[in-house]
Design a protein around this ligand. Structure first.
Ligand code: GDP
Ligand code: IMO
Ligand code: MG
Length: 415
């Protein structure tokens, strides 16, 4: 059976965690394929909030098996901490032996480089994501499978420290001693080696046995290393294509693709964001949507829905449908705007330009509504909300499959 996929359409934090958790009830396997603990996926079940960073959002479904694929960058320290929240993970969580590790020095490099960038800082989560992926691509990374032989891994890391001494000195990064490194890696190995697996073979076998796999994207399309707002992006392929390399499945193995998108727009960190509102509307969206980062607690930048960016993302990912999240956050606005084109150097365009910084949004205005919070049937939505949703379908050329009206698993309209 083909694997279905959930992907972020905007700049992350669209509500992927809620949808993956909801759908996980119907899947045998949930797999992460890129990103690392820069992700923060929030799930609310029976009033209890769970924040996941590395462990797939299927973990709250006791029947689902969870895979961290080869394309993920794994901080052993962060993963071990997150694993402590759950009992009986053995047999329910599998880690790709070829996933690259984020070690302390990657994190220190990330933070030091952000300081050096000054005003041009990317606004990373400071989790070492960029340096770990850079070293993977530069063929100088360290993989989880190497934890099976700590002495050999220690030697390789110490060699790497010698080769890169000039860089560490310049960034004033203190490196661990052989003893400290060995002790740390031994601890990681004890906790993680029992979970290592050839997750590509696992995924193939499960597909051959007609098991249902759900692929859980992290971050969002506009943060994609190739197709996002470079250089203000993350360091992985966040789009659906990333699932092929990040788990080892071929494009023909991917079934339904669902794009997750908020009924408005947010971004954390720096970089262009045409519909950002610096005034009252932005403040109000932030307050009503509780738009503060799950990972870093930073206030998220907020603004109206960008239909041009969403149409672009939908095509890039091959979305079969969209889940519209946080519709309730727009409750009580007199009017609601949607970006339907950009003005770039006096010209009106309806596609994504190379330099989004130069784009000014052209808006279409819609009438607001009183309340959608907690609504569970499309017919029960106010007429103006129905009109808004139909316009989104038309503008993005993608049909809507789900609408979310609160953080709760059950407050979801299925179409
Ligand atoms: P992710 O990174 O895409 O998984 O999204 P996050 O978990 O970082 O951010 C989404 C936030 O919105 C979380 O706090 C969710 O609990 C919350 N949320 C999800 N769906 C809805 C919704 O329909 N309405 C409201 N008000 N909150 C939602
Ligand atoms: P989820 O999965 C929102 C952003 C950072 C920064 C840029 C690069 O919860 O949607 P990085 O640490 O990855 O090098 O930072 O990417 N970013 C996210 N923004 N949601 C995320 O994940 C993010 N992961 C990274 O804020 O702008
Ligand atoms: Mg998030």
């Amino acid at each position: 059976m083909k694997a279905d996929l959930i992907v972020g359409i905007q700049w992350g934090d669209e509500g992927k965690g809620k949808i993956v958790d909801l759908l996980a009830q119907k899947y045998d396997v949930v797999a992460r394929y890129q990103g690392g603990h820069n992700a923060g996926h929030t799930i609310v079940v029976d009033g209890k909030t769970h924040a996941l960073h590395l462990i797939p959002s299927g973990i709250l479904n006791p029947k689902a098996v969870n895979i961290i694929g080869n394309g993920v960058v794994v901080s052993p320290e962060a993963l071990i901490k997150e694993m402590k929240q759950f009992d009986h993970l053995l047999g329910r969580l599998f880690l790709s032996e070829s996933a690259h590790m984020i070690l302390t020095f990657h994190t220190l490099i990330d933070q030091a480089k952000e300081i050096l960038r000054g005003e041009k800082a990317i606004g990373t989560t400071g989790r070492g994501i960029g340096p770990a992926y850079s070293e993977k691509i530069a063929r100088a990374g360290f993989r989880l499978g190497e934890l099976r032989n700590v002495p050999a891994l220690t030697e390789r890391i110490l060699e790497y420290f010698i080769q890169n001494k000039a860089i560490f000195d310049a960034l004033e990064i203190t490196l661990p001693s052989r003893e400290a490194l060995t002790a740390e890696l031994t601890g990681f190995a004890q906790e993680l080696v029992p979970f290592l697996a050839n997750t590509t073979q696992m995924a193939w076998k499960m597909m051959d046995e007609d098991k249902k796999i759900l692929l859980e994207g992290a971050q969002g399309t506009m943060l994609d290393i190739d197709h996002g707002t470079y250089p203000y992006v993350t360091s992985s392929s966040t789009i659906s294509a990333g699932a092929c390399t990040g788990l080892g499945i071929n494009p023909k193995d991917i079934g339904k693709v669902t794009g997750i998108v908020k009924a408005y727009c947010t971004r954390v960190g720096n970089g262009p964001f045409p519909t950002e509102d610096h005034g009252e509307i932005g403040e109000r969206l932030r307050a009503q949507g509780r738009e503060f980062g799950t990972t870093t607690g930073r206030p998220r930048r907020c603004g109206w829905f960008d239909a041009i960016a969403c149409r672009y993302a939908s095509r890039l990912n091959g979305c079969d449908d969209l889940s519209i999240m946080k519709l309730d956050v727009l409750d009580g606005f007199d009017e609601i705007k949607v970006c339907v084109a950009y003005e770039v150097n006096g010209e009106i365009i309806e596609h994504m330009p190379l330099d989004l910084e130069a784009a000014t949004p052209v808006y279409k205005t819609f009438a607001g509504w009183d309340k959608t919070e907690g609504v569970r049937r499309f017919e029960d939505l106010p007429a103006t909300a129905q009109t808004y949703l139909k316009a989104i379908e038309e503008l993005t050329q993608t049909k809507i499959g789900m609408i979310s009206t609160s953080p709760d698993r059950n407050d979801t309209i299925l179409l």
